[in-house]
Ligand binder design. Structure first.
Ligand code: ADP
Ligand code: ASP
Ligand code: MG
Length: 913
């Protein structure tokens, strides 16, 4: 797939337009001073900003002529420049009377010489206003009650904040406004339709009210303050694509006029609203108050624009989606712009351009946490990236846009035909759709682009109609729509010219099993954009964020079967979790524990110090689908592993599906690898095709490195000739102890008493368990055998196979003691011992479980207790086999083997080694 440009309008293009406008426009007043207020936040920030361009622009434009009006410094009292500080307070900042009080205090405490404060509507009010229109035009009478609610909200707030004449004036205006609105909404109701300008007029009232209340309150505190209806000042031209372009010249002229009438040092201005050149009220579109503040900042050549909101600054990712996101101290204009364009709604995308041309920094601050310094968005200084955070300066942040669809126009007839792209995007433009990203393969075989989901139907229809002939003639093969997509954008100015960034990005996505549908990288290299399935988006965001920012590997785990082994594993995890986190950056979180009857689920990770009690107290009825969904589906952590600690073939039958869904599987359960061959081969084929891991070291020899040794030999090109071993701790114990002192049945009974055997010792003596291990090793060595192909010499006498119980079996076993004693004696006479072994003969392509005799100096004869021993005879280890020996059973070592697999998984997923 080729990399192609993202369709974000070029910053440089916009900037040069703005600058040329500026050159034509000219300026009147030199800023009285460029010095910074000692107490303002900007004094901390100027370290990172360059002021030279700004100085140049402002001084260059002193005392000259604008738009035909003869002007001089003296005629214009508006003192532009660094003595102005602009603030913008978002809806949540003015969401209640208490919060408006708070805002007033911030304004009063700012000791800047001049202040202009842009204010949004109280939170939810703009939504309420849009809802009024919706209701009225669909002839729903409830608009009247909804309007009453708007009135009530503002009335109550005003009663809280104001008194006397101020209150009376505000309430009288509010009632007039509401009466006017009632009349307008009635007209809309009758017409069953609202024009755009009617709508813009209605929805802008929220800002008019909040600005008036705030201005009154500031005045009440003894500060001379005027409120500004920005429809009198900010003039914009609609662009036809739900956007508007400010007319800076005209706006500046109107600002001068406004200031002549209201020469205040503190101004509270409405956000969001503006007028067209014909003086028709309009808006800067949703969330446009940030843009209003930037426009005002640029008209005033302000020292800084502070955007107050409800978070500590711009985070490395949306903090609602990535709990580990960090606040960025600084961002370049380009980075901030890319972030906002790609969905970080902390800043409106159009906020940057107006201020960037004068190098005016934007500071994002949290009104609810004044101690947080916020994020400074400015031109990076020479030492721009000294403020490294996380993994380094290359990738700064991530953002996502949801509800997109991809459109793929494909066909061999497109190659080398000039005008195809123009025809495609012409058709898209005709339906007014907004193209967010484009990717074209260099073969010119297909053009793929993303549009908002709600626009895709119209786009597809337009394209099919535009290319009807080409489709009929086969020059185009299809116009395909891929719905339910999201964009994940990775932003960082320093990504430019840095090799390896995209490799790391795609690696992190691959490891989280996320399929990338399309890719674009602008040649500015400020962002890399990938399109993923909607449902994968948050997981993708978290995967890349943790890869670049935290360098921490976080794995969500589900433990199936918290019995002896599973329980021991959970205890080991509990004891080791903090060391893994602190020293190795591995964050293992158990999100679910399920037995056959009860399960315990968590969204953030179960407290392992109390998992047993919690399961009892909070456990719910076990449901495997719900369990898997909880562990994998909460999108909180990019990587999921299910650890099956049962010996249940029903659980093993789910592995294929889990792996297919990108869930890693780790298990000591032998059932999947020793089950039907076709299912085993299918599972392994899937494992090899994907980045999803399936580890099963503990299926043979518990914690002993048997599978990994075998895999190591095979992967490095050795040829396995034979694997032979004592794979059963129980049978190892029985034959190590059966040395003539006691009868065979006595030894078996003793093993049972010591807890070394299964409840029914026939499960061990039948050899089936050993046969399963043999088949696992045989298949790992490349042999395609079924379990039934393994020859088993069972130690359970034929006549005792049907004994009703283990106890009955043990009672009758002495009948066969003489036979076993003879075998032992014969061996002993020949200087040999009896051992019950599993054998994989790779050369003969067979496997067996059998009682064999070994010379007394053979390693198998030296065994003690319940140890396992496995010997690999290979082309390299031919004279002397490679031997692995050690305890091969028991909860601690088995759980340890599983734990090793979990850590191997973490390291495959990117944890440091
Ligand atoms: P306001 O009403 O103050 O304009 P917004 O809701 O428009 O506030 O924007 C602030 C919100 O943006 C935050 O509450 C946060 O949830 C969201 N947001 C999304 N992405 C980011 C990000 N990268 N950094 C900070 N906030 C973000
Ligand atoms: N009040 C407007 C809106 O909600 C503008 C803003 O708050 O930025 O869209
Ligand atoms: Mg906002």
């Amino acid at each position: 797939m080729a990399f192609a440009s993202s369709v974000s309008p070029s910053m440089h293009g916009l900037l040069s337009n703005a600058l040329s406008r500026e050159r034509n426009a000219t300026k009147k007043i030199c800023p009285s001073t460029l010095s910074l207020s000692q107490h303002s936040p900007v004094s901390k920030m100027d370290l990172n900003c360059q002021w030279s361009l700004r100085k140049l622009l402002t001084s260059h434009t002193c005392a000259s002529v604008t738009d035909g009006r003869e002007t001089s410094v003296e005629n214009f009292p508006l003192p532009e420049g660094d003595n102005w500080s602009v603030h913008k307070f978002g809806g949540t900042c003015v969401g209640s009377s208490q919060r408006i009080q708070n805002v007033a205090q911030i304004i009063i405490n700012d000791d800047s010489e001049r202040k202009l404060v842009v204010v949004s509507a109280m939170s939810k009010v703009t939504d309420m206003m849009y809802d009024l229109i919706c209701k009225a035009q669909s002839r729903d009478d409830s608009y009247i009650a909804a309007l009453d609610a708007v009135l009530e909200k503002h009335k109550l707030t005003a009663y809280d904040l104001l008194e006397g004449d101020d209150l009376a004036t505000f309430l009288s205006r509010l009632h007039d406004d509401i009466n006017n609105l009632k009349a307008m909404l009635r007209a809309i109701y009758i017409a069953g339709h609202a024009t755009e300008s009617f709508t813009d007029f209605v929805v802008g009232y929220g800002e008019l009210w909040s600005a008036q209340m705030l201005a009154s309150l500031v005045r009440k505190n003894g500060v001379d303050c005027n409120w500004m209806d920005t429809r009198d000042v900010i003039i914009v031209n609609p662009t036809g694509s739900n956007q508007v372009d400010p007319d800076y010249l005209e706006s500046e002229r109107r600002l001068d006029q406004w200031f002549l009438r209201h020469p205040s040092k503190t101004i509270v201005a409405t956000g969001f609203i503006a007028s067209t050149p014909q003086n028709i009220p309009t808006t800067l579109k949703r969330d446009g108050s940030d843009f209003s503040a930037a426009i005002m900042g640029s008209l005033l050549r302000a020292r800084q624009v502070t955007i107050w909101t409800d978070v500590d600054g711009v985070y490395s990712a949306d903090p609602r989606k990535v709990s580990e996101a960090v606040v960025l101290k600084t961002l370049s204009y380009q980075e901030a712009w890319e972030m906002s364009y790609f969905g970080a709604n902390v800043l409106h995308p159009r906020t940057i351009i107006p201020v960037m041309q004068y190098d005016i920094p934007i500071i994002i601050r949290n009104i609810f946490n004044l101690s947080a310094p916020g994020t400074i968005i400015c031109r990076p200084s020479v030492n721009e990236f000294d403020y490294r955070q996380g993994l380094g300066p290359f990738v700064r942040a991530f953002a996502t846009i949801d509800n997109l669809a991809l459109v793929n126009v494909e066909g061999t007839g497109m190659a080398g035909v000039p005008g195809t792209a123009s025809a495609i995007f012409g058709a898209v433009k005709d339906v007014g759709a907004n193209v967010i990203m484009i990717s074209q393969a260099s073969s010119e075989h297909s053009v793929c682009f993303a549009v908002p989901e709600k626009e895709v139907e119209a786009v597809a229809k337009a394209l099919k109609s535009r290319f009807r002939e080409a489709l009929a003639a086969g020059r185009l093969s299809q116009v395909a729509v891929i719905p339910n997509c999201s964009i994940l954008a990775t932003v960082g100015q320093k990504m430019a010219s840095t090799p390896g960034v995209s490799a790391t990005l795609f690696n992190a996505l691959a490891k989280a099993n996320i399929n990338v549908r399309a890719i674009a990288q602008g040649c500015s290299e400020y962002n890399i954009t990938v399109v993923v399935k909607r449902e994968d988006c948050v997981r993708a965001l978290r995967a890349v964020h943790s890869r670049f920012y935290l360098s921490r590997t976080t794995v969500a785990m589900g433990i199936v079967g918290p019995g002896l082994i599973g329980g021991t594993l959970l205890d080991q995890l509990r004891d080791q979790a903090s060391v893994l986190k602190e020293k190795f950056n591995i964050d293992l979180r158990v999100m679910g524990i399920t037995g056959s009857r009860k399960m315990l689920l968590s969204d953030t990770g179960i407290d392992l110090s109390r998992w047993r009690e919690l399961r009892k107290e909070k456990g719910e009825v076990a449901d495997l689908d719900k369990f898997v969904q909880n562990v994998h589906g909460n999108h909180f952590i990019p990587n999921t592993v299910l650890v099956d600690c049962t010996s249940d073939s029903a659980i093993a039958s789910h592995y294929y599906d889990w792996l297919r869904r990108g869930i890693h599987v780790i298990t000591p359960n032998k059932k999947a690898n020793s089950g039907p061959l076709d299912q085993y081969l299918r599972l392994r084929a899937l494992q090899r095709q994907s980045y999803t891991h399936y580890f099963y070291e503990a299926t043979v020899g518990a914690g002993l490195p048997i599978i990994s040794t075998l895999q190591g030999l095979l992967e490095t090109g050795d040829k396995i000739l034979q694997i032979e071993g004592i794979f059963s701790g129980t049978l190892s114990y029985i034959f190590n102890t059966f040395i003539g002192a006691r009868t065979f049945s006595e030894v078996v009974a003793e093993a049972k008493e010591k807890g070394f055997t299964e409840p029914d010792p026939r499960d061990d003596l039948s050899g089936t368990d050993v046969a399963r291990k043999v088949i696992i090793l045989a298949r790992e060595s490349g042999l395609q055998l079924e379990l039934s192909d393994i020859h088993i010499d069972s130690l359970v006498p034929e006549s005792l196979k049907d004994s009703a119980s283990g106890e009955e079996f043990l009672q009758q076993l002495p009948l066969y003691d003489r036979e076993m004693a003879k075998k032992r004696q014969d061996a002993d006479d020949a200087g040999e011992v009896l051992r019950y072994v599993g054998v994989v003969d790779v050369v003969k392509q067979s496997g067996a479980v059998t009682l064999r005799r070994y010379k007394k100096d053979h390693p198998f004869a030296q065994l003690s207790g319940s140890d396992n021993i496995i010997s690999f005879t290979t082309e390299r280890y031919n004279q002397q086999p490679l031997i692995v020996r050690g305890p091969g059973a028991g909860a601690q070592v088995t759980a340890g083997g599983i734990f090793c697999d979990i850590l191997r998984l973490a390291s495959y997923l990117g944890a440091p080694s």
